[in-house]
Design a protein around this ligand. Structure first.
Ligand SMILES: Nc1ncnc2c1ncn2[C@@H]1O[C@H](COP(=O)(O)OP(=O)(O)OP(=O)(O)O)[C@@H](O)[C@H]1O
Ligand SMILES: [Mg+2]
Length: 294
C-alpha cells in the first residue's frame, strides 16, 4: 500500500488499546478491517509520516512489518485530529505475547519494570529457548529487525515494542510495529542537524555533530544496570554474530530506489523538504556506519 492520507472520521471505535503511551483506539474501516489509530505526540508533528515511511521501508527490505497509513479524524471533543492508522496484524484467536511477557516467562530474574533489564543477551536467550518449542525461527527475524532499527536509528525498541504471536498453539515473531522514534522524529525545527552547512568550517562541525548524533542514538535496550545506546547493542550483536550482514546490499538498493519514491508520496505538510533531506542524509550516514560495525 502506498502512503496517502485517509479520512478515518467515520470509522467507529471498536476498542481501547492501553499498551503503549500515546492516545490510541482500535477503529473499524468501511471494509471491516480493524486499525490501531494513533495520535502523534504534540512535540513530534512529523512522527506519523516517519512511522509510515519506516514501516514501508522495512517491507521494501523484506522485513515483515505492519501496514499503516496517515489518517485524519475528529476527536471526541469534535476537534480535528491527525496521526496514523496501523492495520491489525492479528487474526482471530491469535494472541500477542509482548517481549516483556516472554522474558518474564523464561527468566525469573527479569523485572519488566526495569527498562535496563531488557538486555540483548536476555532476549536472545528467551528467543532461543522458545525456538526449541516452535516450528518458526525467532532469533533470525529479531536480528533482521535489529539490523533495520540500526539503519533507521530506532531509539525505542523497548520490550513492549516487539512481540511474538501465538497462533494455533505455536509462537512466531510478530510483524515489526512502532518504529515512530526514528529518522530524527524527535528533532525540533531549530535543530542544527536539520540545516545544511554553509561554509567549510561549519561543514566540519556538521560532520562532528552527525557522528555524535549516531553514536548517542538510544535503543530501548539496557545492559542490566543502565540503558545503552544503539551503537552498543549493534556492537554486541555483531560480536555474537547476530547481525544479518546480507541485509546491507538490500538497504543500499532500497536507499537508492525505494526511499526517493516513498518520500515523494508525502505532501510537504506531512513531511517538509528539510526533513526529507535529513532522512536521506541520515540513512546514508547510518548505512556507512553500519557497514563499519560488521
Ligand atoms: N498492527 C498491530 N496489530 C496488532 N497489535 C498491535 C499493532 N500495532 C501495535 N499493536 C499493539 O498495540 C500496542 C501499542 O502500539 P504502539 O506500540 O504502536 O503504540 P505507542 O503508544 O506508540 O507505544 P509506545 O509506548 O512504545 O510509544 C503495541 O505494544 C502492541 O501490543
Ligand atoms: Mg509502542
Amino acid at each position: 500500500m502506498e502512503p496517502g492520507s485517509r479520512d478515518a472520521s467515520s470509522w467507529p471505535v471498536v476498542g481501547e488499546e492501553i499498551r503503549g503511551q500515546r492516545e490510541k483506539h482500535w477503529v473499524r474501516a468501511p471494509d471491516a478491517t480493524v486499525w490501531l489509530r494513533k495520535r502523534h505526540r504534540p512535540a513530534r508533528p512529523f512522527e506519523p509520516a516517519i512511522e509510515v515511511l519506516a514501516l514501508e521501508l522495512a517491507r521494501a527490505c523484506y522485513i515483515e512489518a505492519a501496514q499503516a497509513t496517515l489518517a485524519t479524524w475528529t476527536d471526541a471533543g469534535g476537534a480535528p485530529a491527525r496521526g496514523i492508522c496501523v492495520l491489525r496484524f492479528l487474526q482471530q484467536n491469535d494472541e500477542l505475547v509482548a517481549g516483556y511477557e516472554l522474558l518474564c516467562a523464561v527468566d525469573r530474574a527479569y523485572d519488566p519494570e526495569r527498562r535496563e533489564a531488557h538486555t540483548l543477551e536476555r532476549v536472545v536467550h528467551a528467543l532461543r529457548h522458545h525456538e526449541g518449542l516452535t516450528d518458526h525461527p525467532l532469533v533470525e527475524p529479531f536480528s533482521r529487525m535489529l539490523m533495520f532499527d540500526a539503519w533507521i536509528g530506532n531509539t525505542d525498541r523497548h520490550p513492549g515494542n516487539w512481540s511474538l504471536v501465538r497462533r494455533d498453539g505455536s509462537l512466531r515473531f510478530a510483524p515489526m510495529y512502532d518504529p515512530a522514534g526514528s529518522l530524527g522524529a524527535e528533532l525540533q525545527p531549530d535543530a542544527s542537524l536539520l540545516l545544511p552547512s554553509q561554509s567549510p568550517s561549519e561543514s566540519e562541525r556538521h560532520e562532528v555533530a552527525h557522528a555524535r548524533y549516531i553514536a548517542r542514538c538510544p535503543s530501548g535496550f539496557g545492559d542490566g544496570a543502565k540503558l545503552v545506546p544503539l551503537e552498543a547493542v549493534v556492537s554486541a550483536a555483531a560480536a555474537a554474530r547476530l547481525l544479518s550482514a546480507s541485509l546491507l546490499p538490500t538497504f543500499e538498493t532500497a536507499l537508492r530506489e525505494r526511499v526517493p519514491e516513498l518520500l515523494r508520496t508525502f505532501a510537504d505538510d506531512a513531511l517538509p523538504a528539510v526533513r526529507k533531506r535529513f532522512i536521506v542524509d541520515i540513512l546514508t550516514r547510518r548505512l556507512a556506519w553500519l557497514k563499519g560495525m560488521g
